[in-house]
Ligand binder design. Structure first.
Ligand code: MOS
Length: 725
């Protein structure tokens, strides 16, 4: 099915199940410990052995010697696999550095070997007995030092020029020209990278923890140079990903290598201290923003340049993305510059692009509003645009940023904020409020599903979509229930299996809208099959209350499958609407902080997000998504930072004791409001992504609140107390 033109009425619009705040259908399984995660599956063909991964002890150079003699003789050891004795591996298309390193070392803790033993403890102690010496080479670990050599990019990441930025900025009566920095950050998901792998002949099966089943299957096939149809990937429950699990990583590759070497299933859970340097992270950025405005607050020039680094062949943090679309101004410039660094691999994390980009842009906007002596909500409203400012012929499919800002200001009590900073005090606490716009693009991904109607009137959905803690099971069940006119209990959802039709997967906040659209398409086909089976005209038939109705006839839906299960499989593909309309999601974030006058301790007291993201498929799961995202935003603002050892090239704080993230108790009051929207230009579901929107803008809202409380403008995240001095 192709989504080309806005649908008129459609079955999903009945909103009997869709749009309802139902509990998670998988909630009980998870809260009672019955949902198996990657390391816990028992459906495997033989008793598993345990793998322990050895990570490189240097950041750049070569292995000089690799001695596993003593380790090989230790109790329980079954195999030790390194680049010396592994089969030649192909190069995956989504990892920059090799997932099995050696003899060259590309980054610290790059996997160099796996030790397989009868028990985890035996594997770990044998791994400690493997002796590796290195020839260390000089690496590049400091973004500031490498910045002058950073290069421009091409394609989607090329510089953009609209009008005459330099001229307009130079002649603007009011200017802001500031540089902001964001640090390297880690996903810090709860469930580690983990895989159980085994071979049956030349076929590979894995239980793993991954956001994108089809990518994982393709990359495993590339790596092991085998046909994709010989690879079976399953990941039905995932304990968080945040972008870290978008790609095939070393846990799966090393488990598969170990399993081949010992002829048994091998399970690996990456130890936490290995994960943060072995896998991907969000790279640090240096962002220069220049804004030019008229004295009455109309932006005339917007310039945003961002520098980040990655291993040779890697990519940039696309921190300028939102700046291309968020505010009107005739003269514009955006530029990404990529430096080469020999730190661990940089890649997508929690709203890549917009999350760190807005941390800079939305402070700059606050700084400009202050220079203009204008309220920052009013200043943003004044510079709203209803068209893509780089392509003025392209309107937004729907854009209610102004309503988000104004509704949010009214609800939050924004009028009580003092425009002058450092004016509100409660005892030792300085109190401040901050605001930032939220913005994240909406991406639609091709997504397929199979639906089965059984003789008992139940419907089963099968798709390789994943649920990374987001609620996919629930909204997919709601979609099928709505389409087939069934109560939620009559629908079963099976996810995360590469033998199912290929879905959008979970990433870039495209999962909810895309995957339910695929289920919509499959159900539309199943409705036709059911109508035909009952001898009714598919064009005039209705599905409700477990019945199929046409004119004055009605029959139980179950009757359609009386003489055998009905099966429909369909793919939702997207037409060219994406080029006619700019599809984005919008929000406004309001934050109140208290900063201890004496110690500089910063506490977030209240947060509000007002979101405009199309139809909300389930207000409960969506709210949970946004609350989680807001909490991550506080992490980025106040706590999260990978400390780079610039001599030896690794992240020093590589576990959850040293890499701090906020928890519920850190934020006493969070509220989320969704505007009542439907975006019929986007999909038959009329929904857009919302998970990452909840994060985008939060960091700057906290920073702006800190400024309002203290009068200290911190432009270097995270805002730790030393930066108030
Ligand atoms: Mo997201 S960082 O695209 O999983």
């Amino acid at each position: 099915m192709k989504f080309e033109t806005p649908a008129g009425t459609n079955p999903i619009d009945a909103m009997k199940v869709i749009g309802q705040a139902v509990d998670r259908v998988d909630g009980k399984l998870k809260t009672t410990g019955q949902a198996p995660y990657a390391y816990e599956h028992s459906e495997i063909p033989a008793k598993p052995a345990f793998g322990y991964v050895i990570g490189a002890g240097i950041a750049k150079g070569r292995i000089a010697s690799f001695n596993a003699e003593e380790a090989r003789r230790m109790p329980g050891v079954l195999a030790i696999v390194s680049a010396k004795n592994a089969q030649p591996l192909g190069k995956g298309s989504m990892n920059t550095a090799k997932l099995l390193g050696g003899p060259n070392v590309d980054h610290y803790h790059q996997a160099l070997a796996v030790v397989v033993a009868e028990s985890f403890e035996q594997a770990r102690s044998a791994a400690n007995a493997v002796r590796i010496t290195y020839d260390r080479a000089q690496g590049r670990f400091d973004l500031v030092a490498q910045k002058p050599g950073a290069q421009p990019l091409t394609g989607n990441d090329a510089d953009t020029h609209t009008g005459d930025f330099e001229g307009a900025f130079a002649s603007a009566p009011v200017q802001v020209d500031q540089t902001y920095t964001t640090p390297d950050q880690n996903h810090a998901m709860m469930e580690p990278f983990a895989t159980i792998a085994w071979w049956e002949g030349d076929a590979l099966s894995v239980w793993t923890s991954n956001q994108m089943i089809a990518w994982n299957k393709r990359e495993l096939a590339k790596t092991f140079q085998m046909p994709p149809d010989k690879v079976h990937v399953r990941s039905p429950f995932i304990g968080g990903g945040f972008g870290g699990k978008l790609f095939l990583r070393a846990d799966a590759v090393m488990a598969a290598l170990g399993a081949k070497a010992c002829g048994r299933p091998v399970k690996i859970a990456m130890p936490r201290p290995l994960m943060l340097n072995n896998a991907t992270h969000r790279p640090a950025t240096i962002q220069r923003i220049r804004l030019g405005s008229t004295r009455d607050g109309k932006l005339t020039a917007i310039g945003h340049e961002s520098w980040s680094g990655d291993l040779p062949g890697g990519g940039p943090e696309t921190a300028t993305q939102q700046t291309r679309l968020l505010y009107a101004a005739a003269n514009r410039l955006t530029a990404l510059r990529l430096a080469e660094l020999d730190l661990p691999e940089a890649n997508a994390m929690r709203a890549p692009g917009e999350a760190p980009g807005l941390m800079a842009l939305e402070i700059a906007i606050d700084e400009m509003a202050e220079k203009l002596a204008m309220d920052p909500v009013k200043f943003r409203v004044l510079n709203d645009t209803q068209v893509d400012p780089e392509h003025p012929q392209r309107p937004f499919s729907q854009r209610n940023l102004v309503r988000c800002l104004e509704d949010g200001a009214a609800r939050f009590g924004w009028s009580r904020r003092s425009a002058r900073p450092a004016q509100m005090r409660e005892g030792r606490w300085l109190i401040g409020m901050g605001v930032a716009a939220g913005f994240r693009n909406n991406i639609n991904m091709t997504s397929a599903a199979r639906v089965r109607l059984a003789g008992d009137g139940t419907v089963t959905v099968e798709t390789d979509m994943t649920d990374i803690g987001t609620g996919s099971y629930t909204i997919i069940a709601q979609t099928a229930a709505e389409m087939m006119g069934l109560p939620l209990e009559k629908v079963r959802v099976k996810l995360g299996d590469s033998s199912f039709p290929v879905s959008a997967g979970s990433g870039g906040q495209w999962g909810a809208n895309s995957s339910t659209s695929g289920v919509y398409a499959a159900c539309a086909k199943l409705r036709d099959l059911a109508a035909q089976s009952l001898g009714m005209d598919p064009a005039s038939v209705q599905f409700a209350d477990g019945e199929v109705r046409a004119g004055n006839r009605s029959a139980p839906l179950a009757d359609a499958a009386k003489s055998g299960e009905l099966v429909a499989e369909e793919t939702m593909q997207w037409g060219d609407l994406g080029r006619k309309f700019q599809q984005s999601t919008f929000g406004a974030h309001f934050v109140e902080v208290a900063v201890d006058f004496y110690t500089g301790e910063t506490r977030v007291r209240r947060m509000l997000a007002v979101c405009a993201a199309g139809r909300i498929l389930n207000p409960k799961t969506a709210r949970s998504q946004v609350i989680g995202a807001m909490t991550m935003g506080v992490g980025g603002a106040l706590m999260e930072e990978l400390a780079v050892d610039k001599r030896f090239g690794f992240f020093v704080n590589h576990d959850l004791a040293g890499y701090e993230v906020p928890v519920h108790a850190d934020i006493p009051h969070q509220d989320v409001v969704f505007l009542d929207e439907e975006d019929d230009k986007v999909s038959p579901m009329k929904a857009k992504g919302v998970g990452e929107l909840g994060l985008c803008g939060v960091g700057a809202a906290v920073a702006n609140a800190v400024y309002n409380a203290t009068g200290v403008r911190v432009r270097d995240y995270p805002i730790t107390l030393d930066k108030y001095l």
